[in-house]
Design a protein around this ligand. Structure first.
Ligand SMILES: [Fe+2]
Length: 291
């Protein structure tokens, strides 16, 4: 596994295709950039700009098509294509979701949930080992945004993630907004969830916007939907401060995938995360090491 480690001293932004030319031309002061490799694999011009940007910014690769939870096995040709991009940009972090999104070669346009039980643990630990071997570096697994649970689950999400870390040697990407959203939707305490995560395994934090919607199954109640289409909510900022107090400084990213705003709006959100980190843990220690 690579031992490349670089300091990330400011919050990063998700780099989406509508911003890539502007970012290449103006080089905003984002601490680092996170990309979805799937956006670049079939877009040689964007891939060229990305390779250029990788000389100026630490890059994180956040996969959306590596379906580690798929019972029908990993799509190895996709994993190989992602590895090709990894070799070109030498990312500081490589991550993906605790979910499944493919089944026997079919791509489902969603990140689907998994039951938290022994069978899923075994499947995921084996797929993560394969992915870490194929990518030649640790893989970070992100906590999902949840709307329903499985009656078949025999452990909580936090217990499941901690055991997955122990068995596979993976790290965790804690999406703080997902913790708030899932806690609201599923009826648990977001702060206790943060308390239960293995702090040493946290390699990255996400912050993204969500959208309240009427819960059709429970009229009068609100469901929070993980839209990544708006600014980070106050409750998520408060939970972020709590998380970095517990975990220490970690590479933090602002995600925005739909109704993409001007680049300046994203940079404003990143600056807010930096201010909170400086107030919470001090400017001199707000420096995170990414692999
Ligand atoms: Fe996320």
């Amino acid at each position: 596994m690579t031992s490349n480690r670089r300091i990330v001293d400011r919050t990063g932004i998700g780099l989406r295709l509508p911003h890539i030319a502007e970012v290449a031309a103006t080089r905003p002061s984002a601490g680092w950039l996170e990309i979805h490799p799937e956006n670049f694999l079939a877009n040689p011009h964007a891939a060229e700009l990305l390779i250029e940007l990788s000389q100026f910014y630490p890059i994180s690769v956040h996969t959306v098509g590596v379906s580690i939870g798929s019972a029908s096995g990993l799509d190895r040709s996709h994993v190989r294509r992602v590895r090709t991009l990894i070799d070109l940009i030498d990312p500081v972090l490589v991550s993906g979701h605790l979910a499944w999104s493919t089944h026997i070669g079919e791509y489902l346009n969603d990140l689907l949930p998994l039951p938290y039980d022994e069978e899923t643990l075994r499947l995921l630990a084996s797929h993560i080992a394969e992915v870490q071997e194929a990518f030649g570096r640790p893989y970070l697994v992100e906590n999902p945004s949840s709307y329903v649970g499985f009656g078949a689950s025999t452990m909580s999400e936090v217990e499941f993630l901690a055991e997955l870390v122990r068995r596979s040697g993976c790290q965790l990407l804690c999406d703080v907004s997902n913790v708030h959203l899932s806690a609201h939707n599923m009826g648990y305490n977001a702060y206790e969830y943060i308390d239960g995560l293995p702090a040493d395994a946290i390699g990255e934090l996400h912050l993204g916007g969500f959208t309240p919607e009427e819960d059709e199954a429970n009229p009068g109640q609100e469901l929070l939907i993980d839209t990544h289409a708006t600014v980070v909510a106050e409750a998520a900022w408060n939970l972020y401060a709590y998380a970095i107090r517990r975990f220490g400084p970690k590479p933090t990213l602002i995600e925005w995938d739909n109704d993409i705003p001007p680049l300046a709006t994203l940079m404003g959100e990143a600056a807010r995360a930096d201010v909170i980190a400086a107030k919470t843990i001090g400017p001199e220690v707000h420096r995170a090491v990414a692999r």
